[in-house]
Design a binder for this molecule. Structure first.
Ligand code: GLC
Length: 755
């Protein structure tokens, strides 16, 4: 009797599971639950552990494991041929035919590389950010990738940390808006869309707060800081429907993020009702051993899985130890089942059961299209930040001779930045190429000036041995077959009307495992700058870097300064567009720019303290330096001027009401410009001390000369709240300051009451 009923159940299960569903249509939640449970009932313990195992490569051993049902995902396998070969091994070769999900770091583009995330966050343009991630998803899926380990949403207040370049900077509101835009771009309205990828908000959580800015280090913070600063962008990603999260390397208040039940289960599932799954960061299950909370890989697997890490990246701990942990009674099978359900749900939502294979035709048609390159060029234009423009030196006239000087001027690889996906340096347009293309032959002189030697871990960047001659091959610019020399740079500067210096950091000096103890320009770049400035030629400083550089000397000596970050494949064209006025700068700083590394951490949403900063020494600050950043969060100039009219706001709102704030903005300059109008609020009195300002809204507006516009903001009182000492979210009654501003240090002010 038992046997025949099992047979009947299996038939029903197989029938339910193989019900056809259209590729575009997202399965309903109930359909997915039905199919997940039907599948789960058939799985052996080894197959369950297999779904929780992500392998970091594709080789004979992996292919065998796939056929045995011991692999749920592959990392870093690219190309339709490779992907489909592995997928056939799963779908045709394994017992239950569960498709693999292919993951990859599509951090700021797949092949059309976009500006580094920190740069595009500074555009304050969520629509364009979303559009750029849509391009990234289209290219990634054309190459068989169905899951990206992005967006990185770690808030960071310490630019010594190399990974600050991967996120959206220091502010939780901007970080949340950008996180939602990226998730929407990657996943579209339907993860099963052939051009959508599943996103992964990372690194959960607190990674950006590593002590000393040292990557992989300890992060210690109060529950209030965790909830008010570091968690919000993850919550925003979850609310936007992100399919997965990735757990972080750091330990958080003594418990590794990849074994932290409080964050991974109490908050993520208990409070936020997250219905996707968590993948560990690379080897971070195994790393519980060096963290010192696990004695061996078996205990590490037990800790991570029960804390809420569902899939294990790269170290194969789960596939090796979970079956034994269950059989020995140490690990309830129900915990394994819940993790497997979470993984299967995402695979069903992603349409992998209906459409497991990549389309070989798209790989030829959907990558590096003219439309994608145009989107990238616009994103790059909007990501640059104009920091200074004395005497309106910029935009430059085109009918003049320009000396393009510096080690970043013709460095293709560095235009792409860190985590450049499947980007190819050859696709990048360098500033030299972009300027030469815009001005034409004979207008451009070039000298590299100095080489920058990559840092040897822990050592200062020395002056490089002469690099191989860099033939630029740029139209109209004689190929330089000599090693870089400052003398050549000075000579080029003397012959030119205007000098544009391209200095900063090599792309490899930023991103993961790239923390720096100094913000000084690496190598002999300062010697180059000083030699060129001695020629007294009008000079523009363009910085390409993944973090603010120490340029506190620059405002007094250089008329025009632009922070260009890393702008992607169209970098050179976008920089030329802005420098010569075919586009106007509108980017804003997504972080505070330190005057010196000794100021770090320096951020705008700091507390007032009992002795707020003031000139005299008996207030918070330094004896030897201002405690204000060189440039504040939200700062950026345009090629015109904007006047802020008086602020209007409701005088009183209830604590479940809404405040309406407005101000008139006028373009008082001679050129059209785009202003990022920002809304800041300060709660004057609360049970806990509050930041002196908090960003609560922003709007990009473009005005013609003389044009004016009233910008309106609406903020729910609840969004002005804070956590009380018992970690309850409250909206304190009393007076609130409010600003409508061009940055976090200025603006027109007002107040309102919450009663
Ligand atoms: C890396 C990074 C993470 C990335 C993962 C897979 O170590 O920390 O951001 O997604 O491994 O490459």
């Amino acid at each position: 009797m038992l046997r025949s009923s099992c047979l009947l159940v299996s038939c029903i299960i197989l029938l339910v599971w193989t019900l056809p569903a259209s590729s575009q249509q997202q399965l309903s939640d109930s359909e997915i639950e039905q199919r997940v449970n039907a599948l789960l009932q058939q799985m052996t313990l080894e197959e369950k552990a297999g779904q929780l195992n992500q392998m970091p490569d594709k080789n004979a051993k992996t292919m065998e494991m796939i056929k045995q049902g011991k692999v749920g995902s592959l990392l870093g396998v690219l190309g339709v041929k490779e992907v489909n070969e592995a997928q056939h091994a799963a779908v045709d070769g394994s017992r239950l035919k569960i498709p693999l999900i292919f993951g990859y770091d599509v951090i700021h583009g797949y092949r059309t590389i976009f500006p580094a995330p920190l740069a595009s966050a500074g555009s304050f343009d969520p629509q364009l950010i979303e559009q750029s991630e849509r391009v990234a998803a289209k290219e990634a899926t054309a190459s068989g990738v169905k899951w990206t380990f992005a967006p990185m949403v770690d808030i960071a207040r310490d630019p010594r940390w190399g990974r600050i370049v991967e996120g959206a900077g220091e502010d939780p509101y901007l970080g949340s808006v950008v996180a939602m835009a990226r998730v929407r771009g990657f996943q579209g309205s339907n993860m099963a869309d052939p051009q959508s990828v599943v996103a992964s908000a990372k690194h959960f959580v607190g990674y950006g707060a590593v002590e000393g800015g040292r990557d992989y280090n300890t992060a210690e913070m109060s529950e209030q800081l965790l909830r008010e600063v570091y968690l919000p962008p993850f919550r925003a990603a979850v609310d936007a429907g992100v399919g997965t999260l990735m757990s972080a390397f750091n330990d958080l208040n003594g418990i590794p993020a990849s074994a932290n039940h409080h964050t991974l289960t109490d908050i993520l599932h208990g409070e936020w009702k997250f219905n996707g799954f968590v993948v560990s960061d690379y080897d971070s299950v195994h790393e519980l051993i060096p963290h010192g909370t696990a004695a061996d890989d078996s205990q590490a697997s037990l800790e991570a899985l029960t804390a809420g890490v569902d899939m294990d990246m790269a170290d194969s701990d789960y596939v090796r130890y979970v079956p034994e942990l269950v059989k020995s009674g140490k690990l309830p099978e129900s915990v394994v089942d819940e993790a497997v359900r979470r993984v299967l749900r995402v695979k069903f939502k992603a349409g992998l059961f209906e459409h497991p294979y990549a389309d070989p035709n798209r790989e030829k048609t959907d990558i590096l299209t003219p439309e994608s390159l145009q989107t990238e060029r616009k994103m790059a234009q909007e990501s640059m930040v104009l920091l200074q423009n004395n005497h309106d030196l910029l935009p430059l006239k085109k009918d003049q001779t320009i000396a393009v000087i510096g080690p970043l001027a013709d460095d293709k690889a560095s235009q792409l930045g860190a985590w450049a996906g499947n980007g190819q340096a050859k696709d990048a347009v360098t500033p030299l190429e972009g300027i030469a293309a815009k001005l034409g032959k004979g207008h451009v002189l070039y000298a590299k000036g100095v080489d920058i030697q990559p840092f040897e871990r822990g050592l200062a960047a020395g002056v490089a041995a002469p690099a191989p001659p860099s033939a630029t091959g740029v139209a109209g610019v004689e190929a330089s077959n000599k090693p870089a020399s400052i003398e050549d740079a000075v000579s080029a500067a003397k012959k030119a009307d205007t000098v544009i210096l391209f200095v900063g950091e090599l792309a490899g000096m930023t991103g993961e495992a790239s923390s720096r103890a100094s913000l000084d320009l690496p190598g002999d770049q300062m010697k180059l700058i000083q030699a060129v400035l001695a020629t007294k030629k009008p000079t523009v400083l363009v910085l390409e870097s993944g973090r603010p550089q120490n340029i506190s000397w620059a405002p007094e000596h250089i008329p025009a300064i632009i922070q260009a970050w890393y702008l992607g494949v169209q970098s050179g064209n976008a920089i030329a567009d802005v420098l010569f006025g075919d586009a106007s700068p509108s980017g804003r700083l997504p972080l505070s720019w330190p005057r010196a590394v000794g100021q770090i951490p320096v951020y705008y949403n700091h507390k007032a303290t009992g002795r707020p900063s003031a000139p005299d020494r008996w207030h918070t600050g330094y004896l030897d330096l201002s405690s204000e950043p060189l440039y504040p969060f939200g700062y950026g100039l345009t090629y015109t001027k904007f006047k802020y009219g008086s602020l209007k706001a409701n005088s009183t709102i209830s604590k479940d009401g809404t405040v309406h704030v407005s101000a008139e903005i006028e373009n008082t300059g001679k050129r059209e410009g785009t202003e990022v109008v920002q809304l800041y609020v300060h709660d004057r009195v609360a049970p806990t001390s509050r930041p002196v300002r908090e960003l609560k809204g922003f709007e990009r507006i473009t005005l013609a000369p003389g044009e004016h516009k009233t910008v309106n903001f609406t903020v729910r009182a609840n969004d002005l709240g804070s956590y009380d000492p018992e970690m309850h979210w409250i909206v304190p009654l009393g007076t609130y300051d409010v600003w409508v501003a061009p940055d976090s240090a200025s603006g027109v002010a007002g107040t309102f009451e919450v009663q």
